[in-house]
Ligand binder design. Structure first.
Ligand SMILES: *Cc1c(COP(=O)(O)O)cnc(C)c1O
Length: 448
């Protein structure tokens, strides 16, 4: 048999990895996916409880999505999307516009989440340039935010692990102190608060609102920060203050879209609409790299004029609106449209959260279990009463990750936050296995 691992390590530079770690923990060569499971070339099975970086929505090699992509590839694999179009993209946008929060109806395609964020920031900036507010050249975002890895998206982010080193080359984006419901400085709980922490946003808008084009936000769930969850009221307040200062509310639903939070989109929980929304990850069911931003007719109209006015949005990506990706996305909507998958996922979300609470809550190093939809996060702490975290250098989460892999469970904690973010189709057996196994691994690393 060929030595795939050796060859991998010779040629491949893996994402978000210290490659030296791979000496001890070799890359796992996967050659088959089915439902919530992945299989390696030796036939070992892994439960993909993180949806392969949060994108796999409806299981690996979902028969309906496979069928749709196979059909599409024999008809049209790709076409330039300027001046040309195709039926899969048109169908997709029409269907999405009916599911999205009210007012979002003009779609612009990119090929990854970070690029959708960049395009959305550019469109917001240009809108204000073309509507008599040339002073609006700034952006705001929350502390602990994550919006992607390209320079502009990284500038809007605030997770030190990814941004700190690059500060000298990043844009200066104002960061507003984000809600922190686990360590709430006002002593409130997640479900009994009136978002007193919004005072930080008020101060920032007062100071920078008039120069600001858009406020970026990961609605309800700051994913990369460790699945930090905050209440919908915060989004409602953001909507109000953005209106007051003529600032676009830019929703990054790349991680939260398509049922991850229990509703189709996280903004549905707040019953307000953003001005611009970015989607990716679950959009194609995790099949293809595709992303988009969608915005309002009001914003679109500010670009609509005779060519020589120079008002067009001159932004493009080679693979904009790729037909294969659109066919996968349409198949995702075929599956989600009647609501039964989301309904079942909601029922399972209750079950999942219950068994996780039962298992983990009393462990001496579990600071909090938090959940939204099927996403559950367990924050490990050194001291339960003071919520003091572990020294990051101990890599506690990573030790648990390695143990879980040996038992066929893919956890990939964010620092010392162990989380589950499974495909929506996960069943009770798989949930039981995930919880049981994760708990065993936790106890091996941190005996109770
Ligand atoms: C993954 C993610 C991105 C970036 O998407 P990429 O496709 O990885 O560039 C941006 N925002 C959020 C909230 C994400 O989870």
């Amino acid at each position: 048999m060929e030595n795939w691992v050796e060859k991998d390590l010779e040629y491949i530079w893996h994402p978000c990895s210290q490659m030296k770690d791979y000496e001890e923990l070799n890359p796992i060569v996967i050659n088959k996916g089915e439902g919530v499971y992945l299989y390696d070339i030796e036939g070992n099975r892994y439960l993909d409880v993180i949806s392969s970086w949060w994108c796999n929505l409806l299981g690996h090699c979902n028969p309906k999505i496979n069928q749709a992509v196979k059909k599409q590839i024999d008809e049209l694999e790709h076409v330039i999307f300027a001046n040309f179009t195709h039926t899969e993209a048109i169908k997709l946008c029409e269907r999405l516009s009916k599911l999205l929060p009210e007012g979002l109806c003009k779609f612009n395609f990119t090929d990854n989440g970070s690029s959708a964020i960049e395009a959305a920031m550019k469109v917001s900036f240009q809108y204000h340039q073309q509507t008599g507010n040339p002073q609006k050249t700034k952006f705001m975002a929350l502390t602990d935010a994550y919006h992607g890895e390209t320079i502009g998206a990284l500038s809007a982010g605030d997770c030190d692990l990814y941004t700190k080193l690059y500060k000298p080359i990043l844009m200066d984006i104002k960061k507003i102190q984000a809600p922190d419901c686990f360590r709430c400085p006002y002593g409130k709980g997640r479900n009994n608060c009136d978002c007193k922490c919004f005072e930080h946003a008020e101060k920032a808008f007062k100071k920078y609102g008039n120069e600001t084009a858009a406020m970026l936000v990961e609605p309800l769930l700051q994913g990369s920060a460790g699945m930090k969850i905050y209440p919908p009221l915060y989004l409602k307040k953001l909507r109000e203050i953005c209106d007051k200062y003529n600032v676009h509310l830019l929703a990054d639903e790349i991680a939260t879209g398509f049922g991850r939070t229990g509703k189709m989109f996280a903004f549905n929980h707040a019953n307000v609409s953003p001005d611009i929304m970015c989607l990716s990850k679950g959009l194609t069911g995790g099949y293809m790299p595709m992303a988009l931003f969608v915005t309002t007719k009001k914003i679109y109209d500010a670009f609509y004029a005779d060519y020589n006015t120079g008002k067009a949005f001159m932004h493009s990506h080679t693979y904009s609106g790729n037909p294969l990706a659109c066919s996968a996305a349409n198949a995702v909507l075929d599956i989600l449209e009647d609501g039964s998958v989301l309904k079942k996922a909601q029922e399972n979300a209750l079950y999942f959260n219950n068994i996780i609470n039962d298992k983990f809550l009393n462990h001496k190093n579990v600071g909090e279990v938090r959940h939204i939809g099927l996403i559950n996060a367990i924050e490990l702490v050194k001291d339960k009463s003071t919520k003091e975290p572990f020294d990051g250098k101990l890599r506690t989460g990573y030790q648990i990750y390695k143990k879980a892999l040996k038992r066929g469970l893919i956890l990939r904690p964010l620092g010392d936050v162990i989380y589950f973010n499974p495909p929506l189709i996960i069943d009770k057996n798989a949930m039981d296995y995930a919880v049981e196994t994760a708990f065993e691994c936790l106890n091996e690393v941190l005996p109770d």
